[in-house]
Design a protein around this ligand. Structure first.
Ligand code: CLR
Length: 432
């Protein structure tokens, strides 16, 4: 691990001390300038689709009308593999991109309520078409970002939201993700529930932080298949960093025994992984097939309008001055410009309170599933999330992502952020 030149600096050591006495809200930590990112957390939703061809791939695995039952089954499993590949391909962007572009994991700007980040992924490939991103900060305390990603050409829709809760140990910050993603292939009438893995931040003592994924995440398909992905940092599986093992099973019940895996994928999500049939661990040495090579294809970055054309609520426009101050390491200016935004927000909240109104989210609604279950017509109007959560035996409550039903976390409210297409269609001020 590279030790940064800042490791011994007093700003870093006092930051480490402040971490130890911290209250759980990472955004409230005052960090030294060199660890500040000029980018807002609302931008992180873009990491879900830096390989749009993989996001839509499953849609192109449609059986034709006179396909036999076997062919239909084979294609369904192929779609599960394709969705798993897309998910694995998002991880490098999600968890390594700051290290690549800035040399270390950094502390993102803490989005304000109502902040939005939008853009599109354009290609010349007609079959792929355009993919758009809508990302919105739907809560400030705690920070929650909701997003929707749509590819109309392929009728593929991804939506989800993210919240984190952290605890601290002596050498690392442990982060549990809350929220999940829902992926829909409307042409094939298939949907997927995707949970988010826990992670921890290593490299703090060396002042060169990086993320390691841990635990398990799931991809549950509406046709029953489930991918169970286990993560490890260094050592556990092979002594290499960012390793994972993904097993695809026919259904949730089969996950009881690893021998039941139909497909096993193994390797590094930030590098190469291999795939084989059955439950034995694949490896290049055994001549197993390459599954994904994260270094072989460049991520396609989102295109975002020039700042001059952006709305006040758009992330890059709103944070421009703070960003520039961070880039020039001007601590006083950072503080000054940040305070402007924070005070403005405080005033807005006060005005709303005085007027007895609440800030209204723009494109997303908080759906209360307890209400929905009690009042809704579940039979004739089944809900994608509820049916996928039931297939995968996952909690529908606001528990750490991937918590199982009847686990100790399976309690409390069941409120999740959902995209409201109508609201987006009525949007008149913010353009992509
Ligand atoms: C946000 C949602 C994305 C995946 C993702 C990647 C990296 C995570 C980030 C999420 C949340 C904020 C995060 C970040 C890594 C470091 C950063 C936990 C989960 C914290 C706030 C930074 C702490 C400061 C250290 C660098 C010292 O889909």
């Amino acid at each position: 691990m590279a030790t940064s030149a800042y490791a011994q600096s007093s700003s870093w050591t006092s930051f480490l001390k402040s971490i130890v006495s911290f209250n759980g809200d990472l955004s409230s930590l005052t960090a030294p300038v060199f660890i500040l990112s000029p980018t807002s957390l609302s931008e992180y939703s873009q990491y879900w689709s830096e390989h749009p061809e993989l996001l839509v791939a499953a849609n192109q695995l449609k059986p034709d009308e006179n396909a036999t039952k076997d062919e239909v089954d084979v294609l369904a499993l192929k779609r599960q593999i394709a969705v798993t590949k897309w998910f694995i391909a998002t991880l490098r962007s999600q968890y390594c991109s700051r290290n690549e572009s800035m040399g270390a994991e950094k502390k993102p700007l803490n989005p304000f309520l109502g902040e939005v980040f939008v853009g599109k992924w354009e290609t010349d490939d007609e079959k792929l078409g355009e993919t758009i991103l809508l990302s919105e900060q739907v809560s400030h305390h705690p920070p929650v970002t909701a997003y929707a990603i749509a590819n109309k050409t392929n009728n593929v829709y991804l939506q989800g939201y993210n919240e984190i809760r952290s605890t601290i140990s002596t050498t690392s910050i442990n982060v549990k993700q809350y929220g999940h993603a829902l992926l829909e292939y409307r042409d094939v009438g298939e949907s997927y529930l995707i949970t988010l893995p826990p992670l921890h931040i290593e490299g703090l003592l060396a002042a060169s932080p990086f993320v390691e994924l841990e635990g398990t995440s799931y991809i549950q398909s509406s046709n029953g298949y489930i991918t169970v992905i286990e993560y490890s940092g260094r050592g556990y599986f092979s002594g290499k960093k960012n390793t994972f093992k993904a097993r695809i099973y026919k259904d949730q019940i089969s996950t009881i025994n690893k021998q039941n895996a139909l497909i096993t994928i193994s390797g590094q999500w930030s590098d190469k992984s291999y795939i084989s049939k059955g439950s034995s661990t694949p490896h290049s040495k055994n001549g197993d097939e390459l599954f994904y090579d994260a270094l072989a294809s460049e991520p396609l970055h989102l295109s975002v309008k020039p700042i001059e054309e952006q709305h006040e609520l758009e992330s890059r426009k709103a944070w421009l001055k703070v960003s520039e101050a961070i880039k020039s390491s001007d601590y006083d200016l950072i503080h000054q410009e940040k305070s402007l935004i924070e005070n403005n927000q405080r005033e807005l909240r006060k005005k709303e309170k005085d007027a007895g109104i609440k800030w209204e989210t723009r494109w997303f609604d908080l759906k209360d599933y307890e209400d929905w279950i009690n009042e809704g017509d579940n039979e004739s109007n089944p809900d994608i999330f509820l049916s996928l959560a039931s297939l995968s035996n996952l909690s529908i409550h606001n528990a750490p992502s991937g918590s199982l039903k009847n686990s100790k976390y399976d309690e409390g409210e069941a409120k999740h952020w959902r995209f409201n297409l109508k609201k987006w269609e009525e949007e008149s001020e913010i353009k992509i």
